[in-house]
Every structure is written in structure tokens, then in C-alpha cells.
Design a protein. Structure first.
Length: 177
């Protein structure tokens, strides 16, 4: 009896392990670039199992030069992510066809992203309309010392001999426009 019960439990746990080992989660792929002088990054995330191939191609030819592979790191949900960076000038990827190709066990077909302005997510954007409000909030919340708190916990304005941080921020924002 005891051996039969153990065999049932062993089969059950092997089944759990098998479903985990056979699990396949498709990657999400995006192209990122901080600014035009930065490398183009192919960010691959949310995939399982861990093995993945990320390649850069120019006009269909695989590239090795000017490519830097990032490390593989786990996500909190048991999937993985990695990056691959391509150092290329915008005028070059506008003249040639650069692609990031991702191959993974979960995919029937490779994911291929063409490097174009439309496909690259960038930090270079127009200043958001809420940026001024955020700067004012930050200045008000960080410029006062604890002694400037009123009895209700609100910050009271403080006079100082130098320009207050809020004034500096507002002048900076005005100069940016």
C-alpha cells in the first residue's frame, strides 16, 4: 500500500514538473533608443524557456560588428528578458534595411522588427504638458524644511536670501519653451 501511494505522488509531481518544463511563453520585442547618438536596443522580454536568439541584420546580412549582447535576466513572473544593442547612425539605418530578428521555441515564425523612426521608442519627445505641474509640485514638496510645516502638516512658504528652488525651476521651464 505504501509503495502504491508513493508511486501515485511521484507520478503527480513528475506531471507538475513536465508542465513547467514544457511551458512556452512568447516574447515581446521592442526597439528602444535614448537619443540619436545612442545605440538602438532590441529589448526582448516575457519569454520562457530561457533560450532565445537575437540577431541584427543589415540588408539581410547578419551583423557581428557594432553589436553588443546584453545579459539574460529573470523577470519576477518566471519569464526572462535580454537586450541586444546595435551601434548605428540614423543616416545609415535610413539608407539601409536594419532588422532585429528574434527566434524562440514558443514562436512559429521569427519576430522581425525593422529599424525605423516609427518603430523605435525613444526618450526624445516633446515636453509633456504636465511636466510644468510636476516640477512645481516637486519644488514645493522638497524646498521647505521641516520647520516650515504648519500644524496641519501643510508646507508654508519660506523666504530666503537666495532664489527659491521653485523660482529656479520656473525660470528653467520658461527658457525651454
Amino acid at each position: 500500500m505504501h509503495l502504491e501511494g508513493s508511486a501515485v505522488w511521484i507520478r503527480k509531481y513528475v506531471g507538475y514538473g513536465k508542465s513547467t518544463l514544457e511551458r512556452r511563453v512568447k516574447p515581446e520585442v521592442s526597439l528602444l533608443q535614448k537619443d540619436t547618438d545612442s545605440p538602438v536596443t532590441c529589448h526582448v522580454t516575457g519569454f520562457y524557456p530561457r533560450a532565445v536568439m537575437v540577431n541584427w541584420k543589415r540588408d539581410g546580412q547578419e551583423l557581428d560588428a557594432d553589436v553588443e549582447l546584453g545579459e539574460m535576466v529573470p523577470n519576477g513572473d518566471g519569464t526572462f528578458q535580454t537586450t541586444s544593442h546595435l551601434r548605428v547612425k540614423p543616416e545609415d539605418w535610413k539608407r539601409n534595411r536594419y532588422t532585429c530578428t528574434v527566434q524562440h521555441k514558443s514562436l512559429e515564425d521569427d519576430i522581425i522588427l525593422l529599424v525605423t523612426e516609427e518603430n523605435i521608442k525613444s526618450n526624445k519627445r516633446e515636453r509633456a504638458p504636465w511636466a510644468s505641474s510636476l516640477a512645481v509640485w516637486w519644488a514645493l514638496s522638497s524646498s521647505s524644511s521641516p520647520s516650515s510645516l504648519s500644524s496641519c502638516g501643510r508646507r508654508e512658504p519660506q523666504a530666503t536670501g537666495r532664489l527659491a528652488p521653485l523660482t529656479l525651476i520656473l525660470r528653467t521651464l520658461t527658457n525651454l519653451q
